[in-house]
Design a protein around this ligand. Structure first.
Ligand code: ADP
Ligand code: MG
Length: 349
């Protein structure tokens, strides 16, 4: 493996070879979600951690209003004219750079042009959030080359909007937030409603091991949208009797037990997952504070069962990886991570 210093130097040298200048380099990590799945859009709790895979953006300022962005992974250079009246996404990797540039400009940051070289080792499309790492690193690079300070909370919100409004993906705040605020050796518990967060120690006795199924079932995005619709439906029904309910975040298990008959059986199970998952995140934070890794691992196992049975977003490959991991000595816990039907498991070992 290349050291971080070697990667930095590689980014600078590749940039120099293409643009003839010596750049500054901005780096943002991908992430893995330890527990708290499908809770973000229900205004609940999540607990991701930054990982040691990153996107690097090497950058220098230009004297015009153009962005020249080169991605080494795609071996392609794209020109974006920030003064054009007709900036639109093209269903292309550069939409993420365009998106964050547009959101920064719309929120009052007058950007200078920039030369950008993008390098990355976050696996693409595996649920480790290469997209947020790209947006965050690009945001840092664009602000710095324009001589502006970075407000990380604001940047995370703008990255989410870039992905929602420009790229066209209905994602939550978790990915860019942890890419902005994650710290080495710590998990980050985030309240997706208030954006309050807590950094929690992950003991150096434990390693986070990510296993990639390398599969992507075609169900993934359709079922994601269906789950979101089911949660919205539950909120509509429950808020008739419980007017304080704005999101599933506000529903307790007792509320749910009271109103079971008003919900379709599958919608009831979706609610049960979200409510118990929020409770598991709180318990998992407690376990980390006490360095109780066996308890943390048990909660991960319960989270996986709930995602498989109640939320129905697992698949045979994810289940198999979890089952095999749970049999290994030295594994505290294992579960699917990310939206489901594809991607990775996270194992605390
Ligand atoms: P994930 O975030 O889980 O990796 P997404 O589909 O949300 O998957 O985002 C992946 C997309 O992000 C890629 O298809 C590409 O457009 C963009 N991307 C990620 N890393 C890079 C990179 N190094 N260079 C260019 N584009 C990248
Ligand atoms: Mg993504």
């Amino acid at each position: 493996m290349m050291t971080e210093k070697a990667k930095l130097q590689e980014a600078q040298e590749q940039f120099k070879a293409r643009f003839g200048q010596w750049p500054r380099v901005y780096r943002a990590p991908g992430r893995v979600n330890l527990i708290g799945e499908h809770t973000d859009y229900n205004e609940g709790l999540v607990m991701p951690a930054a990982i040691q895979f990153h996107v690097w953006v090497a950058a220098t300022a230009r004297n015009d209003h153009k962005l020249l962005a080169h991605s080494t992974i795609f071996s392609e250079i794209v020109e974006i004219d920030l003064q054009s009246q007709d900036l639109r996404p093209k269903n292309h990797w550069s939409d993420y750079v365009l998106g964050i540039a547009m959101m920064l400009e719309q929120s009052g940051h007058a950007l200078r042009g920039a030369n950008l070289m993008i390098l990355g080792d976050v696996p693409i499309g595996s649920g480790l959030s290469s997209s947020a790492a790209l947006e965050v690193a690009s945001g840092f690079a664009l602000l710095a080359t324009s001589g502006m300070p970075v407000d990380r909370t604001e940047l995370a919100k703008l990255c989410q909007r870039a992905e929602n409004e420009v790229v066209g993906a209905r994602v939550g705040i978790m990915d860019p937030f942890v890419s902005c605020f994650g710290c080495s050796g710590q998990a980050l518990m985030l309240d997706c409603r208030t954006l309050q967060y807590d950094l929690l120690p992950v003991s150096s006795e434990a390693q986070l091991v990510i296993c990639n199924t390398m599969v992507k079932h075609s169900l993934a995005s359709g079922e994601y949208n269906t789950r979101r619709a089911e949660c919205e439906e539950a909120v509509r029904v429950l808020s008739r009797c419980l007017p304080h309910v704005r999101a599933l975040r506000d529903v307790t298990l007792a509320d749910l037990a009271h109103h079971t008959g008003e919900l379709q059986p599958s919608v009831y199970r979706r609610c049960r997952h979200v409510i118990t998952e929020n409770l598991r995140v709180t318990d998992a934070a407690d376990a980390l504070r006490k360095n109780d890794l066996p308890k943390f691992g048990r909660l991960m196992g319960e989270s996986h069962c709930s995602l498989r049975q109640d939320y129905e977003v697992s698949c045979a490959e994810l289940d198999l990886l979890v089952e095999l991991a749970q049999k290994q000595p030295g594994v505290y816990g294992s579960r699917m991570t990310g939206g489901g039907f594809r991607g990775c498991t996270i194992n605390v070992v």
